[in-house]
Ligand binder design. Structure first.
Ligand code: TMO
Length: 322
């Protein structure tokens, strides 16, 4: 009698273990560990991160959005604490991305079609005040025009909160400009709007694709053309002594990268990410949802997901459809 009871208990125990294991195995056919998607601090990146996350959710994955400064994100990606970056820009991030790809500490999930440029920029009316623009050599002739009380007699260049080579370039090209940085990218547009309302000279950091393309007429400063030698060989270019006597790339790439574990841990998400592809127009549109139309990031992502169902569904490999 006792033996029978014990046998039953053991059998029941085994059955429960086997059964719960197999149902777990079913659920785990989709890894339920959350995919951690990086959120930076400019509009198109944030919305694209959320669009990507929503697509991953339709595949049955869990998603978390984690804010990270673009300088801190590399360490967190290579230590697999964060998993996906949907917008790595050549102009700002090439050095890190190339280094980590070479060391096999991150994975390349392919480029978007978008061609990118990040550079000093001005609204077109400034050309009347400073003839010779967009050639960079015109800048020193009118440095005082761009001066503010904190920079006078030097001109003010208004930079964003991102790591750029502006300081070294100002030195290498002997520009009579001082770099003032805003804390948040959005402050650039507040300053642009203020200046434009009074047609005051301003030169500031901008990039394309961006919503600004659609709202303001303006141009990038044409610095000496970028070549990789400019960042590695001091003798290259106008300055014999300093690197970065050139502009940023004018048709830079825009890349998706992941942590090394990502393709194995979430294969359908990785194969979908490889297909996710935005061009310049699509990125300007989502940036405009935020910066020109005042939607929240979540609203913008939802609006895009609702409007472009066919397109994003075509990015999901057939073998991954739920
Ligand atoms: C990376 N960014 C678009 C802000 O230049």
């Amino acid at each position: 009698m006792e033996g029978f009871k014990i046998k039953t208990i053991i059998m029941t125990f085994i059955l429960v273990v086997v059964f719960s294991n197999s149902s777990q195995a079913l659920a785990a056919s989709k890894n339920q560990k959350p995919i951690k998607i990086i959120i930076n601090n400019w509009s198109s990146q944030i919305v694209l991160a959320k669009i990507t996350g929503e697509i991953f959710r339709t595949l049955g994955y869990k998603v978390e959005y984690i804010a990270s400064k673009s300088n801190d994100q590399w360490f967190r990606l290579k230590s697999e604490k964060l998993h996906v970056q949907v917008e790595a820009w050549e102009g700002t991030m090439a050095v890190k991305v190339n280094q980590l790809l070479e060391e096999k500490r991150i994975i390349d999930a392919g480029n978007h079609d978008a061609k990118t440029r990040e550079e000093w920029w001005y609204p077109s009316y400034v050309e009347q005040q400073c003839p010779g623009l967009p050639d960079w050599k015109a800048l020193n002739n009118c440095a005082e025009l761009f001066a503010t009380p904190e920079t006078t007699p030097k001109g003010r260049y208004l930079g964003g909160p991102w790591e750029k080579r502006d300081k070294v370039r100002v030195r290498a090209l002997s520009l009579d400009f001082e770099i003032i940085r805003v804390k948040h990218g959005d402050e650039l547009w507040v300053e642009l709007e203020k200046a434009a309302a009074q047609k005051k000279p301003i030169v500031l950091f901008n990039w394309t694709p961006n919503w600004v393309d659609a709202r303001y007429d303006g141009k990038f400063i044409e610095f000496p053309e970028y070549t990789p030698a400019c960042e590695t060989i001091p003798e290259w270019g106008l300055s014999q002594k300093w690197l970065w006597d050139c502009g940023n790339p004018t048709d830079g790439w825009l890349k998706k990268v992941t942590s090394v574990n990502f393709p194995d841990d979430w294969p359908c998400a990785f194969n979908t990410l490889k297909n996710i592809n935005f061009n310049n127009e699509m990125l300007s549109e989502i940036a405009a949802f935020i910066d020109a139309n005042n939607m929240t990031y979540d609203e913008a992502a939802k609006q895009w997901i609702d409007s472009y169902q066919k397109l994003w569904q075509s990015w999901i490999p057939v073998s991954c459809e739920k």
